[in-house]
Design a protein around this ligand. Structure first.
Ligand code: DX5
Ligand code: ZN
Length: 218
């Protein structure tokens, strides 16, 4: 299966967003990844729902929203109405991941759960049947352009095995430090979707970059 690409808009040129979005559409990416940071769960602040809805007004690309915020349960409806086709929260921010996923799915939106690089993959086992996507962080969340944590390859394999064993069919999405230097290994390990920020937006020719990654099959 062809890997899907979800560019993190955080790494785009904010002064020329319209041009950046058109470039992504032309390149054939699958989603736009929105990194929402609150300065509490992570040591950085980015944007909220009004930014997402403005971007969604200029594109039909699916919205892949990654909430790095405390109390995500308070904002589900708002982020879905803003244009999220997938809404992902962090395992580390809730005691009730199943309830929160149900809340998201009730709005006909796909639910995703994310874990930090130091949270055991095993905590996901009982949550798998209740979510669509698993977002494995391969850097500590907070900033784009960080160095990929190598241990993540093993974690992807472990998660893939668990999904096969549990027969839950979740998509594995990897986020942080992905790009030309590691996409083959990430796909080989079991990644279905790559979130890419820095490595994609520094390219002069995003279209060939996307084509090259998508051409690779396990
Ligand atoms: C990190 C974010 C990532 C990041 C990806 O907290 O969740 O989505 O922006 O950017 P790169 O690919 O530059 O690590
Ligand atoms: Zn992200």
């Amino acid at each position: 299966m062809t890997v899907e690409i979800s560019p993190s808009i955080l790494a785009a040129d904010f002064l020329h967003l319209e041009k950046e979005i058109k470039g992504l559409e032309d390149a054939g990416v699958d989603y736009i990844h929105f990194d929402v940071m609150d300065g509490h769960f992570v040591p950085n602040l980015t944007f909220g729902m009004s930014f997402i809805s403005s971007i969604k007004k200029m594109t039909s690309l699916r919205g892949d929203t990654h909430l790095m915020i405390t109390n995500p349960q308070h904002y589900v409806k708002e982020y879905i109405e803003a244009g999220s086709d997938i809404l992902t929260f962090h395992y580390e921010t809730t005691h009730f991941p199943i309830r929160l996923s149900q809340q998201i799915r009730e709005h006909k939106c796909k639910a995703g759960i994310s874990i930090n690089p130091t949270t055991s993959v095993q905590v996901l086992k009982d949550i798998l049947p209740h979510v669509d996507h698993i977002l494995l962080m391969s850097v500590e969340p907070g900033f784009y352009g960080q160095k990929f944590i190598k241990n993540s390859f093993k974690r992807i394999e472990e998660l893939k095995e668990m999904i096969i064993h549990e027969k839950t069919n979740n998509k594995i999405k990897v986020d942080g430090g992905a790009g030309l230097s590691n996409y083959k290994q990430l796909i080989d390990a079991g990644a279905d979707i790559l979130v890419i920020g820095n490595d994609l937006f520094i390219q002069k020719d995003i279209k060939s970059y996307v084509r090259k990654i998508k051409e690779y099959e396990k």
